[in-house]
Design a protein. Sequence first.
Length: 123
Amino acid sequence: MTEDKRKFLRFEVLIPVELVEIDGIRGDDAQAVLDDISREGMRLILDMDSPFGTGSELNFKVHNAEKNQTFSVTGEVVWSKPSGEKVEIGLKIKAIKNATKADLLDMGYSRWKDEQIKPKKLS
């Protein structure tokens, strides 16, 4: 069993995102999903088959349907790995509004809490 080195809990959010720039180059039309988020990082899953280099910078937009707002996020690639025809990327958050990050964390926490209080199915 490998030891988890994360400092903060991650919460699943599953929100579509729009890639804007990758290392200053306009992003393409690849579909991407913000899979989970913590206080310092997040994981994206992209519909492309090539991993990103460590240190690459991604700028993307997230739409918060609950507040009908779109906001920008900048992250630095910490790790990247292929997953079938997709690629998963771990990002360190570099720039995001505090209120936005709080909203995303609240959404993830609410989902996590709901999962914790669901009655367990008997086998």
